[in-house]
Design a binder for this molecule. Structure first.
Ligand SMILES: [Zn+2]
Ligand SMILES: [Zn+2]
Length: 282
């Protein structure tokens, strides 16, 4: 399991990304469904402060203090700087959990800010990017990025022996360049993301609250068609995960699933997260 997702628009949304032990948003029920995995969570990244994305923090903070498990692992919660609803939740949790067995830290982020996840040969970090949801509060999306190395493009024609020679002679840095590969992009609630913010990501998790554009009364969420267009323009490499789908489409999603869910002519897979179902992505 790489991702464990629960998402039902207005009720609850959270996405557990196991590779880096990140919980993106923390809607109601996150800790009770995660069970033991609640102790594995190292970072919580909040996209915004609506109840369906933060109500699960109450359970998560509490369970790590009380249930059987490693009660000393620290937990860091990142949120969009200046978000009033998240700040109120932070104050409430601080007042009602004065003696935690672990270190709980709250870190405000702005678009462009980075959080280091791994150092070493292939460093990995999170980068926040701006999203557009409601005007009353700031919101953010997040990329998980890995720094990788590859052969300099101008050396692509050389055979292996020649490359080995050059490494011996000039060092590895002379033949390779590094690049930043987005592994996973989480958009939270948003109108269509700017493709540049999630360009060439491997997996994009995009708002698709509405399957039918005519059902959208206010411009604060995206449609399935917009999510697909954004992923295409961004050059998504592997998979588009459409989430935050309204529960009114429960049976429609089931029909699409039964039909194989294939969308023709795309370079990536399209997955719809059925509203109200615990959903695992391998
Ligand atoms: Zn929401
Ligand atoms: Zn929202």
């Amino acid at each position: 399991m790489r991702l464990l997702i629960y998402s039902k628009a207005l009720y609850s949304t959270w996405v557990y990304y196991s590779a880096d032990r990140i919980l993106f948003d923390a809607g109601e029920g996150a800790s009770s469904i995660l069970g033991n995995k609640a102790f594995a969570v190292r970072h919580v990244l909040l996209s915004h402060g609506h109840a369906d994305h933060i109500a699960g923090l109450v359970g998560l903070v509490n369970i790590r203090n009380n249930a059987m498990g490693d009660k000393e692992k620290e937990l860091t919660i990142y949120y969009p700087k200046g978000n009033y609803l998240v700040t109120e939740m932070m104050n409430f949790l601080s007042r009602t959990n004065r003696r935690l067995t672990y270190e709980l830290e709250w870190v405000p982020l702005e678009a462009g800010d980075r959080v280091e996840l791994l150092s070493g040969q292939m460093p990995r970090y999170i980068e926040a990017f701006p999203t557009v949801h409601v005007h009353s509060e700031p919101s953010l999306g997040y990329n998980v990025v890995e720094v990788r190395h590859r052969l300099k493009p101008e050396l692509a024609g050389l055979d292996e022996r020649e490359i080995v020679e050059r490494v011996k002679r000039d060092g590895k840095a002379a033949v390779t360049e590094h690049y930043h590969q987005k592994l996973f992009s989480y958009g939270g609630d948003s109108v269509p993301l700017k493709p540049a913010h999630v360009a060439e990501t491997e997996i994009l998790c995009h708002d698709a609250t509405f399957l039918d554009e005519r059902d959208r009364k206010e411009y604060k969420h995206a449609t399935l068609a917009e999510a697909i267009a954004t992923a295409r323009d961004a050059g998504v490499k592997k998979e588009l995960i459409c989430f935050h789908i309204s529960s009114r489409y429960k049976s429609r999603v089931r029909e699409i699933e039964a039909a194989g869910g294939e969308v023709e002519g795309l370079d990536f897979r399209v997955t719809l997260v059925p509203p109200g179902r615990i959903f695992a992505v391998e």
